[in-house]
Write a protein that binds this ligand. Structure first.
Ligand code: FPP
Length: 229
């Protein structure tokens, strides 16, 4: 198990590579997402055992709606299944769940389940942020629009930070991307200013607790200066 230092309060994951993982097995992409959803649950549980205050995952972006309908439906079905069981785990593990993104696009039943899960878990200590219909630019625009609505004429960095979907969490210390791509892809655009980035070729369905340990080891070896010397 990784030697987690106090410095790692918030870890975030770009869960990439589900489609390629399935393709390698001559299976439909949807199968990759199904196994990826299991990986997601395991990794969240593992991070909780490491006592990490906040975990964020990028499950579905504002751009992912462009994927074939069949794939979008499969991801939404997995998400809905997850919502049916999530609250029990959240309460048992003392985790507050927060959905990052505009919920108004989801069908009523799904949106209600999301709101209910958020509400029931809101007093728990640890945080799990699930980015679903999430985009970093959209999040910043939303925060600015909230400022305008409140009548502000001049805004500060704090005004934006306090209105982000992630406002309950500290800034991410470490962002992990699986699947061998070296991009941020509109994830945590504002929050990632000083995050350490860790990229791995491991495809998300294969990502394990040992891989989390490896990422944390690398994080522990980095020298964070926040613009200082
Ligand atoms: C990226 O892999 C993955 C996604 C866009 C979806 C992630 C969804 C899950 C892990 C399951 C559902 C989530 C929950 C919260 C239950 P990709 O499809 O872009 O893979 P590729 O790059 O190999 O094509």
């Amino acid at each position: 198990m990784a030697d987690k230092t106090k410095a790692l309060r918030h870890i975030a994951f770009i869960m990439d590579g589900n489609g390629r993982w399935a393709k390698k097995r001559l299976m439909p992409r949807e199968y990759g997402h199904k196994v990826g959803a299991e990986t997601f649950k395991n990794i969240v549980k593992y991070c909780r055992t490491l006592d990490i205050e906040a975990v964020t995952v990028y499950a579905f972006s504002t751009e992912n709606w462009k994927r074939p309908e069949r794939e979008v439906n499969a991801i939404m079905a997995l998400f809905s299944d997850y919502l049916d069981v999530a609250i029990k785990d959240m309460m048992k593990e003392n985790v507050r769940i927060v959905f990052l993104g505009d919920k108004s696009v989801f069908p009523n039943n799904l949106r209600k389940k999301m709101e209910q899960t958020e509400d029931e878990s809101k007093n728990n200590k640890y945080i799990l942020n699930v980015g679903i219909n999430y985009g970093g630019r959209d999040e910043i625009v939303n925060a600015v629009n909230l400022c305008i609505k409140e009548g502000m004429t001049k805004i500060t960095e704090d005004d934006i930070t306090e209105r982000l979907y992630t406002k309950a969490s500290p800034m991410p210390d470490l962002i992990v991307r699986t699947g061998g791509e070296y991009r941020i892809s509109n994830f945590l655009m504002w929050q990632s200013a000083y995050s350490e980035l860790y990229f791995t070729d491991v495809l998300w369905p294969d990502f394990s607790s040992e891989d989390v340990d490896r990422a944390i080891e690398v994080f522990n070896s980095r020298n964070r200066r926040y613009g200082g010397v």
